[in-house]
Write a protein that binds this ligand. Structure first.
Ligand code: FAD
Length: 409
């Protein structure tokens, strides 16, 4: 009897995980992996600034699922089958140790994404997965229980199972070959980007960061708290990246033209800070405002906010006019900025949107439209915030698809 065949489309994290696990779990299955570019695992290579933020040290499924602006409920169900501990163990069993950084991000101890690539390439060889690079799939047809995979050069493959792990596509037109299969697509929009503030003087403080700030998008319910970094273009850091992810669709609809307010001291509101200022007028009455920065902000930011609020820093705290004090308090708690445009966050970016999740079975990753067609990774309408969550979804969905195919063939 001839061997059953699986073709995996896409040589990224999800495609590799599906291919190697299917081949490992069923030695009678012929597994072929097809990649359109001449490079395999290219995103893994550049991920996490070349270190590959492989997963996140979160061991609670409900908590973990809250890190996905789209697809949280879906991944919650999939994590019961393959979670962060499984990722850590899977790589450990293959000689790759992961370490945890203070913010929970996990990286290989080598601090090199090549370690993850080498591990996956070793598995591909070990289980005889046949890999084709520079091979682009143009169309996919399913007839009488058999798939025909049409390639760019007019050649074709046939197979019994197909797993689509083609990643996120930035343009709706790129999903056309998947739409033709009967699937619906959630429109793609970018996620994980930083905010541009062209011409704003605060950009001169590039490199200055605060440990915690609250950023709100005016006129929406979107707000996030966390580290904030001033860059050459505007604002970045976890607070902004989380906002860009949770607001991906809303901000796209505003054409990335919106207003934000920043609370540089999120433990205070304007009223509480005004009370604090009254205390400063007594406790540090004779000190110059410019010299004494009693709220622990970075010195350059404090000086900037004084100038921005037209506060004469040479004055003593006791002599600070209430009009100047009020302006400073406002700029400390609700500093307004205009955002015009975005910049791709080089460490990690993803596309929100993709195959609609109600068309995929969460237990198997199989299409509800086409039998024996599976999906894994970013091609699905799932995306996480920055921190290793996107790879965890790629590992989980790739593993489940691979296991299901191995067991049913
Ligand atoms: C710069 C950068 C850094 C990142 N860093 C991190 C990080 O540290 N941690 C984290 O969790 N996430 C990170 N991400 C996100 C993460 O890389 C992705 O979510 C993840 O790679 C998705 O894996 P995937 O296999 O689904 O898709 P991809 O990695 O995009 O792989 C899909 C593959 O399919 C191929 N393909 C597409 N269409 C076809 C076709 N028609 N025929 C054949 N092949 C096709 C593509 O060429 C591609 O190689 C980063 C992303 C970027 C861009």
């Amino acid at each position: 009897m001839s061997k059953k065949k699986l073709i995996v489309i896409g040589g990224g994290a999800a495609g590799f995980f599906c291919a190697v696990n299917a081949a490992r779990m069923n030695k009678d299955l012929k597994v072929i992996l097809i990649e359109k570019t001449h490079k395999l695992l290219s995103k893994v290579k550049v991920s996490g600034g070349g270190r590959c933020n492989t997963t996140h040290a979160c061991f609670d499924i409900v908590e973990m699922s809250k890190k996905y602006p789209r697809g949280g409920n879906f991944v919650k169900k999939t994590f019961h089958q393959f979670f962060t501990t499984d990722t850590i163990n899977w790589f450990k069993e293959r000689g790759v140790e992961l370490k945890t950084e203070t913010d929970g991000r996990m990286f290989p101890v080598t601090d090199s994404s090549q370690t993850i690539i080498d591990c996956l390439m070793t598995e591909v060889k070990k289980y005889n997965v046949e890999v084709f690079i520079s091979t682009e799939v143009r169309n996919l047809k399913s007839e009488n229980g058999e798939f025909t995979i049409e390639l760019k050069d007019h050649k074709h493959f046939t197979s019994d199972y197909v797993c689509i792990a083609s990643g996120g596509y930035p343009k709706p037109s790129m999903f056309e070959w998947l739409r033709k299969l009967g699937h619906s697509i959630e429109e793609p929009v970018p996620s994980l980007f930083t905010f541009n503030m062209p011409g704003h003087p605060i950009r001169e403080l590039m490199g200055v960061s605060v440990e915690s700030a609250r950023v709100k998008i005016t006129g929406t319910k979107l707000e996030q708290e966390g580290p904030l970094l001033i860059t050459h273009w505007g604002l970045s850091g976890p607070a902004v990246l989380k906002l860009s992810a949770w607001g991906a669709r809303e901000l796209a609809s505003k054409n990335y033209d919106f207003k934000i307010t920043v609370n540089w001291l999120p433990e205070y509101n304007e009223h509480q800070l005004a009370e604090k200022f009254q205390l400063f007028r007594v406790s540090i009455a004779t000190q110059k405002i410019t010299n004494k920065n009693p709220l622990g902000l970075p010195a350059r930011l404090w000086d900037f906010l004084l100038i921005y609020s037209e506060v004469k820093g040479e004055k003593r705290w006791a002599d600070l006019p209430s009009k100047e004090a009020n302006k400073l308090i406002k700029n400390l708690c609700t500093c307004e900025f205009e955002v015009k445009g975005k910049t791709t966050f080089k460490e990690e970016f993803v596309t929100a949107g993709g195959i609609k999740l109600n068309e995929i079975d969460h237990i198997t990753m199989m299409s509800k439209k086409v039998p024996n067609l599976f999906f894994a990774g970013e091609v699905m309408d799932v995306d996480g915030v920055t921190g290793g969550f996107n790879f965890q979804h790629a590992w989980t969905s790739g593993y489940i698809a691979g296991k299901t195919i191995a067991q049913s063939s």
